[in-house]
Design a protein around this ligand. Structure first.
Ligand code: NAD
Length: 262
C-alpha cells in the first residue's frame, strides 16, 4: 500500500478556494498530506501555483487555477478542469473570503455588494455546481463552508461581514438537509474560526501600530490567551472532509480558543 492509499482522505479529489494564502493554503496542504488530489483556486493565481508547487515537491498531486469565486462562469471552469484532471470531485472547501472594518454609516453600497458576492454568492455557486459533479463521481461528497465566530456573534464595525458569515452558517444547514433527504451521500458543514494568524489578520493587527501589539491584543480576546494558527483550522477542515465525519452534517464546528464560550 502506498502512503497516498493510507491517508485520511486517500484518493479523494478536493477543490479549496482562496488557497493561495492563510487558512485555504493550510487546508489544501493538509488534505494533500492525507492523500487527496487538490485543486488550489484563488484570484491570486501565482500564490495558488506556489502552494500547488509546494504540494507537488512533497510528492502530492495538485493543480492551481485562477478563480474569482464571485463569478459563476469561473466556478464552471474550475470544476470542469478539476474533474478533467483528477477524474471526479469529492470535497469542496468554500474558503475564499475577505473582511473590512467600517461602521454602518460609512459602509458603501459597493462594499456591501462586493462582500456579499465574495463571501456568500461564492458559497451558493460552489454548492450548486459542485453537488452535481460529486453525484456524477458516485461516491458521495463533503462540502466545508468557511464561516466565522462572527457568523455566530456580532461585533462593532463588522456588521456587513457578520451578515455574510451568518448567511453561510444557515445556508449550510439548508443544503445539508436537502442533500441528506435526497440520499446523495453528500455532507455539508460549516467551520467557525476565531482570530487566526493569517495575512488577513496580520493586516488588521497592524492597525494597532505593530503586528506584535495587534496579535497580543487580539490574543487576549480568547480564553486560551492567543490567536489561532491556520493549521488548527485546517485540521478541522480535514476531519469534516474525511469519512471520519460520516455521521456529521449540517453542523457548525467552532475553532475559537473559547471565544464564544464566554
Ligand atoms: N483569519 C481569521 O481570523 C478568520 C477567522 C474566521 C473566518 N475566516 C475566514 O476564513 C477564510 C480565509 O481567511 P484567511 O484569514 O485565510 O484570509 P487571507 O486573506 O489570509 O486569505 C484569503 C485568500 O482568499 C483569496 N481571495 C480573496 N478574494 C477572492 C475571490 N474573490 N476569489 C478567489 N479568491 C479570493 C485571497 O487572494 C487569499 O489568498 C475567509 O473566508 C475568512 O472570512 C478567517
Amino acid at each position: 500500500m502506498s502512503d497516498a492509499d493510507r491517508g485520511r482522505v486517500a484518493g479523494k479529489v478536493a477543490i479549496v478556494t482562496g488557497a493561495a494564502a492563510g487558512i485555504g493554503r493550510a487546508s489544501a496542504c493538509r488534505l494533500a498530506e492525507e492523500g487527496a488530489k487538490v485543486c488550489l483556486s484563488d484570484i491570486d493565481e501565482a500564490g495558488a501555483e506556489q502552494g500547488a508547487a509546494e504540494i507537488r515537491s512533497l510528492g502530492g498531486k495538485a493543480l492551481a487555477l485562477a478563480h474569482d469565486v464571485a463569478e459563476e462562469a469561473d466556478w464552471r471552469r474550475v470544476i470542469d478542469a478539476t474533474v478533467a484532471q483528477f477524474g471526479g470531485l469529492d470535497i469542496l472547501v468554500n474558503n475564499a473570503g475577505f473582511a473590512f472594518a467600517a461602521g454602518i454609516e460609512e459602509t458603501t453600497t459597493e462594499q456591501w455588494r462586493r462582500i456579499m458576492a465574495v463571501n456568500v454568492d461564492s458559497v451558493f455557486f460552489g454548492c450548486k455546481l459542485a453537488i452535481p459533479a460529486m453525484r456524477e463521481s458516485g461516491g458521495g461528497g463533503a462540502i466545508v463552508n468557511m464561516s466565522s465566530i462572527l457568523g455566530l456573534v456580532g461585533t462593532p464595525a463588522q456588521a456587513a461581514y457578520n451578515a455574510t458569515k451568518g448567511a453561510v452558517r444557515l445556508f449550510t444547514k439548508g443544503v445539508a438537509l436537502e442533500c441528506a433527504e435526497s440520499g446523495w451521500g453528500i455532507r455539508v458543514n460549516s467551520v467557525h474560526p476565531a482570530y487566526i494568524h493569517t495575512p488577513m489578520v496580520e493586516r488588521y493587527a497592524e492597525t494597532w501600530g505593530s503586528l506584535d501589539a495587534g496579535l497580543a491584543a487580539l490574543g487576549k480576546l480568547h480564553p486560551l490567551g492567543r490567536v489561532g494558527e491556520a493549521e488548527e483550522v485546517a485540521n478541522a477542515v480535514l476531519y469534516l472532509a474525511s469519512d471520519e465525519a460520516k455521521f456529521v452534517t449540517g453542523t457548525e464546528l467552532v475553532i475559537d480558543g473559547g471565544y464564544t464560550a464566554a
